[in-house]
Ligand binder design. Sequence first.
Ligand SMILES: Nc1ncnc2c1ncn2[C@@H]1O[C@H](COP(=O)(O)OP(=O)(O)OP(=O)(O)O)[C@@H](O)[C@H]1O
Ligand SMILES: [Mg+2]
Length: 332
Amino acid sequence: MTDSLVKVENLKKYFPVKLGVFEGWHFENGKLKRKRLYVKAIDGVSFEIEKGDTFALVGESGCGKTTTGRTIVGLYKQTDGKIYFRNKPIDEVLKKSPKDFKKNVQMIFQDPYSSLNPRMKVYNLISEPLRVHKLVSSRAEEREKVEEIMVNVGLEPEYKSRYPHQFSGGQRQRIAIARALATEPEFIVADEPISALDVSIRAQILNLMEDLQEKYGLTYLFIAHDLSVVRHISNKTAVMYLGRIVEMGNTDEIFTHPLHPYTKTLFDSIPSVEKVKQPLKVTIEGEVPSPINPPPGCPFHPRCPHAMERCKKERPEPKEVSPGHFVSCFLY
Ligand SMILES: Nc1ncnc2c1ncn2[C@@H]1O[C@H](COP(=O)(O)OP(=O)(O)OP(=O)(O)O)[C@@H](O)[C@H]1O
Ligand SMILES: [Mg+2]
């Protein structure tokens, strides 16, 4: 086994679709039965994140990025597949020492407005995880620790008695980061942590995340729409499409030698440096197929300019085309 911090093997997460009262009924062998439909939000995803990595997950809206993040931190139970944290299956870790896992693995959400309890003062938002995980033994130590964390994320400790609504979006995201940091985690899933923020303060939050990574040896799973951000912050990149990873490798390699037709179109749709700063707007022919009824074969074949007969029937497995660069496509 490698010494990856997080390892995901053939992960699947299906959500049952709620049907209307009259929907989904049919006769089978003379009996009335109801069909079950599932949204295949993640449909067989595998990757490894090594300690100190910033592993970026990119792809169009609805391709399963958030679901992947939430499943890895244990907010969703996977339908199938394995997730390992420090080489131990998280199902086991969550059963045996859930507190330990929750201390070590944190999540930062896109929207710092809804992810922070508006009725809690900053002090309590940050001290709560300290108390829950018994990381401080006295009131004085607690106060000291809260202030230290506030300074580390660039917040003035004198604002500790304020409520989240008294801060700007960027400051609020700093509070969310402070709260995640309080338990001294090893691994943080950041789900589009800057997308909801004003463009002018995005870089500050990114820089903060990078500084904290260096200072505390953090490992990130960074979910993003914005390709320029990915290139800037991550050392590994995985491109997702319809619940699957179509290409994965070192960020530099993926950006300079994209191979999968989907990755290529994704990057082609950002022709200039200026445009790189804009969110992912893909101009690919055709609609993203429904994850309820994904096409057989390669999920991208209905939109792919190079689609062959084979792509309609067989699913391409990831192939290592150069060291660490995997692509799931029959062209390679
Ligand atoms: N709790 C849920 N119940 C049912 N379906 C869900 C649930 N969460 C996500 N889905 C569906 O799973 C698919 C993947 O959603 P997900 O939120 O993971 O995508 P995403 O890549 O994060 O998209 P975005 O970029 O818009 O945030 C979508 O079709 C979505 O509608
Ligand atoms: Mg999402």
